[in-house]
Design a protein around this ligand. Structure first.
Ligand SMILES: [Zn+2]
Ligand SMILES: [Zn+2]
Length: 136
């Protein structure tokens, strides 16, 4: 059985687990991820929705539909950003910052570098994409 990673929100109302077997892990620099997470960029791992389960607090989750194909999930009490739901691919993009366990995989690329934060310097050798590469 694949190892499970535990995750939770800041106030602890929500706990979830997800398989330690992401289809991809990367950093998104788009302005919407920056707004939603309040951070320079968002690190997230994509995985099929059936490999994700709530342990508790599912009814404490709020959703914001940011576009036709994307809903953002967050804690309605503490506001922690947890994951996005991609209806076109059937995947969840789990925010790595919400994880309590360290995933085996590390971010492997940067996307939307064309709209990255002005103050941020990317100092690694990971692959950079100006926007979204088609097949992620
Ligand atoms: Zn919370
Ligand atoms: Zn983004």
């Amino acid at each position: 059985m694949t190892k499970q990673l535990k995750g939770s929100c800041l106030c602890g109302a929500i706990e979830f687990q997800v398989e330690d077997n992401f289809d991809y892990v990367g950093n998104c620099h788009c302005s919407e991820c920056r707004k939603f997470t309040g951070s320079d960029y968002s690190s997230a791992g994509g995985i099929a929705s059936d490999k994700f389960n709530f342990v508790k607090g599912e009814n404490a989750v709020s959703f914001y539909k940011k576009s036709e194909n994307t809903e953002l999930a967050f804690c309605k009490t503490c506001g922690s950003s947890l994951f996005s739901i991609k209806s076109d691919s059937g995947r969840y993009n789990i925010r790595l910052g919400a994880l309590d366990d360290a995933p085996s995989q590390k971010p492997g690329f940067h996307i939307y570098v064309g709209s990255k934060a002005a103050w941020l310097e990317i100092n690694d050798d990971l692959k950079q994409f100006e926007a979204h590469p088609e097949k992620l």
